[in-house]
Write a protein that binds this ligand. Sequence first.
Ligand code: SAH
Ligand code: SF4
Length: 353
Amino acid sequence: MSKPSIYGLTFEQLTDWLIEYGHKKFRAQQVWGWLYQKRVKDFAEMTNVNKDCLQLLEEHYDIQTLEEHVKQESKDGTVKFLFRLQDGNLIETVLMKHKYGYSVCVTTQVGCNIGCSFCASGLLKKSRDLSSGEIVEQIMNVQHYLDGLGQEQRVSHIVVMGIGEPFDNFENLIDFLDVVKDQKGLAIGARHITVSTSGLADKVRKFADVHSQVNLAISLHAPNNELRSQIMKLNRAIPIEKLMDAIDYYLEKTNRRITFEYILLKDVNDKKEHALELAELIADKRKLSYVNLIPYNPVDEHGQYQRSTDEAIRTFFDTLKKKGINCGVRLEHGTDIDAACGQLRSKQIKKAK
Ligand code: SAH
Ligand code: SF4
């Protein structure tokens, strides 16, 4: 029988669990240090942890449950990993190199049920949520890869923008954030972490209540309900007004700046009139928001969509700027290696068929 990943436990959960089995609290600190500071890959390497405790850990948990299936390295320093889970499912994780450090894009579900019409991840229905351990382990595997380069580089930023809808796996997402932020461990700053959601309004409120200082990005992609429902069927259930109400609640509660993501699809949502409508829609949140314009990465199965022309992107950007909206165009990474999340996985699955 396969065992769960030890990385799924928050420090508090690990402590409680060890105490329950009669161990002292300091053991949890030792184990935590071995996992996240020394970053061993085997319990046996935890040399100052006594035999009983090691045996207990080994009986109940594994350190490594993901297996590297494919690794693609891009010329610009982007590395894309395809991991095989214990049940055989494949997930994707991307490491990106920036001037300010290394960021990792993690997957939260196997497939996605939201089914946005432009997205490679949504091509396959969700078969299950990832456990918190499987999400943390993606970061650990990438950190182990960096450790192996011997340059003392660390993962400094995380974007929860891989396959899946993170707010549809809320509890595991929160545990994952708890682990990677832990000061005694990876200590990745909350302000260096961004979670992206397609717009599950009730969870946006819940996220505000957790008030974790983690950044929130909303996949908006259209300035009105008609267009948004056409691109994202989720909008029929949760229209823009409902989403904006939840965002207002979030902004009020956290006073943190929110990001709106907007994929530019040629002749669909990239006209000047759309930019004007978008500026109007978020005018009241101008000071507490940022629009991230994303050049579309074409997906074979979604042939109806193409990338906007550079000129259309520029006009869209200029129009928003003139209206006083903070915005930028997302830089692309690893375009030579199936860049958009979900694309490598969907290609590998097709190959296997
Ligand atoms: N499910 C969440 C997070 C994962 S998707 C969400 O939808 O927000 C992360 C971001 O990548 C989203 O903004 C999504 O719209 C975008 N994306 C998906 N497919 C893309 C593609 N082919 N090209 C560019 N961006 C894409
Ligand atoms: Fe799911 Fe996000 Fe892709 Fe939509 S864009 S199908 S929510 S992963």
